[in-house]
Design a protein around this ligand. Sequence first.
Ligand SMILES: Nc1ncnc2c1ncn2[C@@H]1O[C@H](COP(=O)(O)OP(=O)(O)O)[C@@H](O)[C@H]1O
Ligand SMILES: [Mg+2]
Length: 430
Amino acid sequence: MERIQSVTGHREDGRAACVVCEATLEGSRCGHCGAAVAPGGYRVQRVISQSVHGRVYLAVGADGRGVALKELLFALVPGTEQLDAFEREAAVLRSLSHPDIPRFVASFKEGSGVGTRLYLAQEFLEGESLLQRIERKRLDEDEAWTLASQVLKTLQALHQRTPALIHRDVKPANLILRPDGRAALVDFGAARHLARDVTHGATLVGTFGYMPPEQLGGTVEPSSDLYALGATLVHALSGRMPADLLDDGLALSFEQHVQGSAPLRAFLRRLLAQKRSERFASATDALTALRAARAAPPSEAAGARKGTVTPLSQADGATAQPASLESEVRAVGEVATEAAPALSKRRIVRRVLVGVSLAMLLAGALLAGGLIDQEPVVVVEDPPAAVVPVRPGTPPPPSRSAPPGGGSHRNFRTPWPGASSSSSTSSGSH
Ligand SMILES: Nc1ncnc2c1ncn2[C@@H]1O[C@H](COP(=O)(O)OP(=O)(O)O)[C@@H](O)[C@H]1O
Ligand SMILES: [Mg+2]
């Protein structure tokens, strides 16, 4: 746990001052901003976050160690449901021991009736939330893979407990990026144990945009957290709130907003599948696929371009659930689409050069022989590159700027920089 240099709030005139707003203090709570002073003996240093339900403070315990002190306030006298929810969050945190989850320190109550305050003290984690980081700078692809891997390991540990623990509120605000490069998962206020593999009829808890469709209907299972991780990654990569990217069918349509390699996009599609059966079956399966995608050598990626490589969804190893045919096809289709621009561009440039050279040779030969008859020449694409004289009256061959319909469209997707929409979806770094 971090040792915190304690801030003592005193004004120049020696009177106690609130460390949050600097107003003069007269009781156990600032009369101006409402911040607590030292609940349970934890001296408040600053406010980390606040919402309508309360605040999270950085506070210092008697031992000088920093705690994140979560305070819940109530507009009315808290009922059993609210008290139970608080008890549950404290009990869940107390039961967890994981390097990427803050340690439980204490939970206590102060005041009574409508003045009741509930407190949960936990290990203070240095760092910034992923939400703050996104607001500063989006994640690049490498960072996104690293984050995904770290969060999946934490989810794996939670889901493998008996009974499984589903976090239900994975999102950027609940992930803390620590100075040592690790990502910690916080806020177990929505976490729920599964009685069986799936829980139906749970209270609607979570954050819109990060919640999968089944959670909106009160059903959760481990893959619900995987979906939320997918939405979190989309937010981190695109800078766009997932709620703003939902289509009419409430599917998160991220394709236009996330620049990334084909494997990354295929991975996101598996996390974000609307149908639970099309998602990774578990955090373990997602991790296996992630490792395979990251370990794939460039030659294997080249194989993918020919449609021969195993897409993410097939690279899960023995523990993987069989992926649906639809998602397999979509993954392969994605790879092919990503690869097409680079290939066709190179091929076209080569053919244009060959064609121009041949045309110059032919024109030179005709000129030398005094036989030129001013016929236009065109370079045809396929196969092989050649110079074809066009006879008067012959219909012109397809123009490259206006490709014909019926099958050859892919060859025309990005022959020139910026000429096709596919350039906006082309891959970034792997
Ligand atoms: N243990 C912790 N260490 C450091 N910061 C924390 C810790 N727990 C929470 N926070 C910060 O406080 C914010 C709010 O805490 P959280 O538990 O998510 O409460 P809420 O229920 O209000 O969302 C988090 O988004 C995070 O930035
Ligand atoms: Mg939270």
